[in-house]
Design a protein. Structure first.
Length: 119
């Protein structure tokens, strides 16, 4: 198989595969993955900034947040520094600890990403 290359999303029809949007082909598995550009990185960065802002608004230290969500302070620090990606269960835990819905937390992060002023 070819090395990783940019392709389109494979949409199978009866007699052929139609390519419709950019993706990456993994030659080892023969599978495709959608290229989302930098959105995932950008939204995670905005989410980190929003969590920090929400914590500051509540005078909540990392030690307090870590204890509330049942996590080591060092692990929380890695998430909030961008050293580690934040898994979805942790996003849910952040929202709960901040007394927000996950939707509200992510919407605030998205508004921050789009340049709007967010608390």
């Amino acid at each position: 198989m070819e090395p990783w290359g940019v392709w389109g999303v494979a949409i199978e029809t009866q007699d052929r595969v139609k390519i419709s949007q950019p993706t990456l082909l993994n030659p080892q598995t023969g599978t495709y993955s959608v290229d989302m550009g930098t959105y995932g990185i950008d939204i995670q960065s905005a989410l980190v900034k929003q969590v920090k802002a929400e914590m500051a608004a509540r005078d909540m230290r990392q030690k307090d947040m870590a204890a509330q969500i049942g996590m080591q302070t060092s692990t929380l620090s890695r998430y909030l520094s961008g050293e580690r990606d934040i898994p979805m269960p942790v996003v849910f835990a952040f929202a709960e600890a901040l007394d927000l819905s996950v939707i509200e937390l992510v919407q605030r992060a998205e508004r921050r990403l789009s340049g709007e002023q967010v608390q």
